[in-house]
Design a protein around this ligand. Structure first.
Ligand code: ATP
Length: 885
């Protein structure tokens, strides 16, 4: 028998599960260890040995190895072994770096791994999808990506998009009815929900019948190709830059070698020096350091509760110039409390905070009992009936399981004295679920006398056009203009007070009446309005201010009423009194060009549907902005995808929204977007810092050799020394610059232009000027020490080597700021201080440790030498360090 043929009872028996209780934790654990986790097998990971040897694939490294081999054959054992050792250590470091990047990337994947809502021991809980086992009872709802094959046992308007399996892109309506036929195509198995497919509407409960490779998806081999990570724009730019640098370095090196040979240096010596120089000058480690810096930044962002799904987002974040943010839950707490209850006969205020059920109703100053006011009692009852939330209590604190708006209605009912048991005599016959497009939901309810009625609740301006009658204390009458006026006034007053408004309507049904969606939601009877407060999150005001200082505009997008949205926007200082609020229906009648023309003046988009969001993103982009757009629902996905930085909510977001996003906010908080942008800007600046450091060092190294050749001097640096500089002086401090803290002013500048090149804002000049000076002082040091006397060559080389290293180690502090070298406390980056101290210690070992002196062609230096070297090394930084250029 196939799964779709079982009826619920036999299915439960077959899978040994009680569908109302779910599996027990023990059962689930047992099954998990027996059948394995619910994951698709990925292609085998690359062997680490292969990864290790990949480090040595670089063309120049191979040439160097060949050159070393030759020098070994020629009897230069010490040089050969030293160079081999350095190349090997370099390879190991590169390997470790890559492993680290790889690891943090896979950690990221884990963090954004999907979760499933599963019934265990009679309680719904969230578990990682990989822990689902056959027999688990799983709940799915709009926006979820199904994580195992399910046989559905209950559905509510459930529709699924199964194109990944069937190729059919139109959603399929599902049901829980068993099928009789033996051979039913996947697309026709209407009581099944398949792993990897999407819930586009409604909700359902199903029992897991297949996990991991044992699902319909698992059988499609082509889905298993693991996706390769794409390079970020910066990594790509650097790779291109790398090519140019390689060619330049090779040309210069060739020039140095030819010059050297012409001047009578032995060919073999020049060849080895040239190759070493090329290896040192080519920043082959740069892409790896950039990746490490990016992924370390990503880890810092996790601590600030933002998960970056795409590494490239880290770069784009620094360019963001507009943040379009949902209001509810992102700027506000999403903790709703009903403050006002209105019917055409009464208007009560409600006391109490949050979801606490302590609170009373007041008519002006007088405490009232709404249970004694039949119309008010009915409205509160309807609000609690047309509802999916549950009010729960833990450690004496009340909280809501479900939608906060509905939770607020439950609490309001409870404050009036309507408890859950009072509602148990009603049965739900049918439901049209809420979504942000429709801004309303309806339920057909039957009471214990078998009387049927529909309750529709939703945004007042959406429901009022569907209202034909009103209820007052005197019964039901057709709606009159004066009723409309009264409702409207109440509505505006609530909205001006920043309250979110929900209208509650109903309509009695005859048993024969149609249950078609269209028929149900027309000719409604207006019962009342509720106004609920959703306080702004405390940290948002400050975050909006910081964004403003950083040249980033914050735009509020909400499904709420324009007046409510405006009141909150003013409260948050998101705009001033004259800021523009645009409503969804205005937006609908505008052309895209009209929208583009005014969009820079708009701060709030109210009563919008998710479809509008896409137009908003496009209009801002057309105006040259880099847009971050938040979203949580299925329909938000296109806008999230189209934006430059798609932001999804970690808690309330659907799988679809998360999959389309590049950034996930673990706490759904607007302030977290700001922190991520801050971090993004900082990472980019740090990358610029070490590019500056590394390239200036390389320029210095090449130039000192070039000038020496031009002046017909002997080699100021021997190959091992050049390689040592490349390994120690370049490597450690560059890494430390990648970890630098942000300069105080990163959030006080305008966003970076995304088209800006790496060398813009004077970086190119800084690299050349500092590099030039490092080369010059090294050469001067060499000449003064060598003095044209071959006896002094080793001394001169030791002094040149030490000067080069020290000049770079001093220059590294200048790289920390675009301003003067004294703009920052050198001790505020202890990694850097550590890196510099270790480099100096290693330098001492190479200079003073006798066995290494022979390897590195060095000799002891005296106190006066050091004074002389330090004075020279400080020149490039002192000369330029004050200037802003
Ligand atoms: P934001 O865009 O700021 O996050 P939102 O997404 O919460 O706001 P929606 O959830 O789309 O906005 O709600 C739009 C309107 O729909 C609300 O103003 C309210 O009137 C109505 N509404 C919200 N939730 C429900 C619900 N559960 N049942 C009925 N109506 C609702």
């Amino acid at each position: 028998m196939k799964w779709y043929q079982y009826e619920t009872e036999s299915l439960a028996r077959k899978l040994a599960v009680n569908i109302r209780e779910g599996l027990s934790e023990n059962q689930a654990e047992e099954r998990l260890s027996k059948f394995g986790p619910n994951v698709l097998e990925e292609g085998s990971a690359t062997n680490w040995l292969i990864l290790f040897f990949r480090q040595f694939q670089d063309f120049m490294v191979l040439v160097l190895l060949a050159a070393t081999l030759i020098s070994g054959l020629l009897g230069e054992y010490v040089d050969a072994i030293a160079i081999m050792a350095i190349v090997f250590i370099n390879g190991v470091l590169g390997f470790i770096q890559e492993q680290k990047a790889e690891k943090s990337l896979s950690k990221l994947k884990e963090l954004s791994a999907p979760q499933a809502s599963v019934l265990r021991n009679g309680e719904w809980r969230k578990v990682p999808s990989s822990e689902l086992v056959v027999g688990d009872v799983v709940k799915i709802s709009s926006g979820d990506r199904v994580s195992a094959d399910l046989r559905l046992v209950d559905v509510k308007s459930l529709e699924m998009e199964e194109s990944s399996l069937t190729g059919e892109s139109l959603p399929v309506a599902k049901n829980a009815q068993e099928l009789v036929d033996e051979n039913v195509e996947i697309g026709d198995q209407l009581n099944m929900a398949f792993s990897g497919t999407l819930v586009t509407r409604g909700s359902g409960v199903g029992v897991v019948v297949g996990t991991g490779m044992d699902t319909a998806m698992g059988q499609i081999a082509s889905m298993l190709v693991s996706t390769e990570r794409v390079q970020t724009p910066l990594e790509r730019k650097l790779a291109e830059l790398g090519k140019i640098l390689i060619i330049t370095a090779l040309l210069l090196t060739a020039f140095v070698v030819v010059l050297g040979v012409v001047q009578g240096h032995p060919l073999y010596n020049m060849f080895l020096a040239g190759v070493s120089l090329a290896v040192a000058a080519i920043p082959e480690g740069l892409p790896a350091i950039v990746t490490v810096a990016l992924s370390l930044g990503v880890q810092r962002m996790i601590k600030k509760r933002a998960i970056v799904r795409k590494l490239s987002a880290v770069e784009t974040l620094g360019c963001a110039s507009v943040i379009c943010s949902d209001k509810t839950g992102t700027m506000t707490e999403n903790q709703m409390t009903v403050k006002q209850a209105f019917t055409l006969s009464d208007r009560f205020h409600v006391s109490g905070e949050g979801y606490d059920v302590d609170g009373s109703y007041y008519d002006g100053e007088h405490k009232v009992n709404p249970m004694e006011v039949p119309l008010m009692r009915d409205m509160l009852t309807y609000g609690a009936l047309c509802n999916h939330s549950t009010l729960r209590q833990k450690d004496n604190q009340y909280y809501i399981d479900g939608d906060p708006t509905e939770g607020a209605l439950l609490v309001a009912a409870r404050k009036a004295g309507i408890a859950e048991k009072d509602l148990s005599s009603y049965t739900v016959i049918h439901e049209i679920p809420f979504d942000s497009d429709r801004k309303r939901m309806s339920m057909v309810i039957e009471d214990d006398q078998r009387n049927r009625f529909v309750i529709t609740k939703g945004a007042p301006d959406v429901l009022l056009p569907r209202v034909k009658y009103v209820r007052t204390d005197n019964g039901q009458t057709p709606i009159k203009p004066k009723d409309e006026k009264k409702i409207e006034n109440a509505l505006y007053e609530m909205a001006d007070g920043a309250l979110r408004t929900i209208a509650i309507c109903m309509k009695p049904l005859k048993p024969t009446d149609s249950l078609k969606d269209f028929d149900l939601e027309k000719d409604l009877v207006f019962v009342g309005l509720t106004g609920m407060i959703d306080p702004p999150r405390k940290e948002v005001k400050q975050a909006i201010r910081e964004c403003k200082e950083a040249g980033i505009k914050t735009v509020m997008i909400t499904g709420d009423h324009a007046k409510t949205a405006r009141a909150i926007a003013l409260d948050l200082n998101l705009m001033t009194e004259d800021g523009l609020v645009l409503e969804g229906n205005q937006l609908s009648t505008m052309s895209q060009t009209e929208l583009e023309d005014i969009i820079d003046d708009v701060y709030v988009f109210a009563r919008v549907t998710p479809e509008h969001k896409l137009r908003i993103v496009k209009a801002f982009q057309k105006q040259g902005h880099v847009v971050a757009m938040t979203g949580d629902g299925v329909n938000d996905a296109p806008a999230i995808k189209a934006s430059d930085i798609g932001v999804a909510m970690g808690r309330s977001g659907t799988d679809v929204a998360k999959e389309s996003s590049s950034l996930i906010l673990l706490d759904d908080n607007f302030a977290t977007i700001k922190s991520a942008i801050h971090e993004g800007r900082n990472i980019y600046e740090n990358i610029r810092k070490f590019i500056r450091y590394l390239l200036a060092s390389n320029v210095g190294e090449i130039l000192v050799m070039l000038f020496a050749m031009l002046l017909a001097l002997p080699l100021p640096l021997v190959p091992v020394q050049i390689l040592w500089v490349n390994l120690v002086t370049d490597g450690l401090p560059a890494m430390a610059l990648g970890l630098d803290k942000s300069e105080g002013n990163v959030m006080q500048r305008a966003p970076r232009n995304p088209k800006e090149g790496i060398f813009s804002r004077g970086l190119g000049f800084k690299i050349i000027s500092r590099g030039f000076m490092i080369g010059i002082v090294t050469l001067i040091a060499f000449m003064l020490a060598y003095q044209g006397d071959p006896e002094h060559l080793r001394y001169g080389q030791t002094v040149a080597f030490t000067t080069l290293v020290m000049a770079q180690l001093i220059h590294v502090f200048d790289c920390r700021s675009d301003r003067s070298v004294f703009a920052r406390n050198p001790f505020s980056n202890l990694y850097l201080v550590g890196a510099v101290i270790s480099s100096v210690l290693l330098l001492m070992v190479v200079i003073y440790y006798q066995p290494l002196q022979d390897v590195f062609h060095t000799m002891n230096l005296g106190f006066r030498d050091w004074i002389f070297i330090l004075a020279l090394s400080a020149i490039p930084t002192v000369l330029f360090g004050y200037t802003k250029k």
